[in-house]
Ligand binder design. Sequence first.
Ligand SMILES: [Fe+2]
Length: 285
Amino acid sequence: MAQLYVRNIRDAFGAEITGLDPRSDFDGETRRVLRQLFDQRGLLLFAGIDIDFEYQDKLCRMLIGDDGPGTAGQRDPIYVSNREPGGYAPYGRLMFHADMMWHPQPFQVLSLYAVNVEPGCATTTVASGTCAWELLPASLRARVDGHHALHSTGQVYSRGGDDLLRPEREHEESSIKPIAYRHPRTGKTILYVSQQMTREIVGLPHDESEELLQALFSHLYGPATAYEHTWRTGDLLVFDNIAMQHARGNVDLNGPTRTLRKVIAPIPKLSIERPRYTKPGEQKK
Ligand SMILES: [Fe+2]
C-alpha cells in the first residue's frame, strides 16, 4: 500500500494524511485504512495535493464502500466560489450546518478541494457532533433526553447577522429527528442540532427551545469539538456530512479568490432546488 502518515487534528476527531498518491489506484490496504480513519475520525485533511474531479469523486465514494464506476465524467463539477461564473454560495457567511439536515436521508460524504484560493480568504470550520455528544455535560444530556428537533431549509436569521448568505427557495423542506441521533453507518450517537437549520425542539415553548439550543450550540461549536481550516490551494477536506457540521466566515465578492470544488457521495436521487441569492446590499433585513 501507499506509505500513509497520519496526524490527529484534534484529540477526538480529524486526521491529516500525507503520502496518498493520486496517480495510482487505491489498493485493498489503503482502502481499509482510509475507511477506518474516516469512520473513526470523521474529518480527513490532505494538504497540498494535485487531484482532478474524477479522483475526488472516487475517493469520496470509496470511503463509504462504493468502488464502482463513477459518474464524474457525466456531470459538471460544483464550485463554491466568489469568482467562477455561476459559483455556489458566492458571498456571505454561513452558520454551522450539515448539508441536507432537513432531509430524512442526508448524503454521507462532503469534500471541498481548494482549486484556487488566495491568502486571507474565509476559513471553513468543521465541528464534530459525535464528540459533542460524548462530551456533553450530564445536565444538558438530561434536558435533551428523548427530545426531537425540527430542521428545515433556509436559515434562522435571528441567530446570525447581516453578513449571512440568504438563499431563497420556492419550497421549504423539513424533517424531524432525535437530538441524540444514531449515525446510520457507524452507529455512533451524534448531537444533532445546528445553528443554521434547526428551527426548534419539538414540544418545548419557543423561548425554552431557543435557550436550550443556544446552550447546545455553545458546547457543540467550542474549541474541543471544532477545527478551523485556513485554506491553501491544493488542500482537500473530506468530512462525514452526518457526524460533522461546517460553517464559514464572510466571503466578499471583491475579496480574496476562494474557489473550492465540492464533491459529495452518494449523489442524492432527488432533485434539489438550487437556491437563488440576493446580491449584497439588496439583502432583506
Ligand atoms: Fe454546506
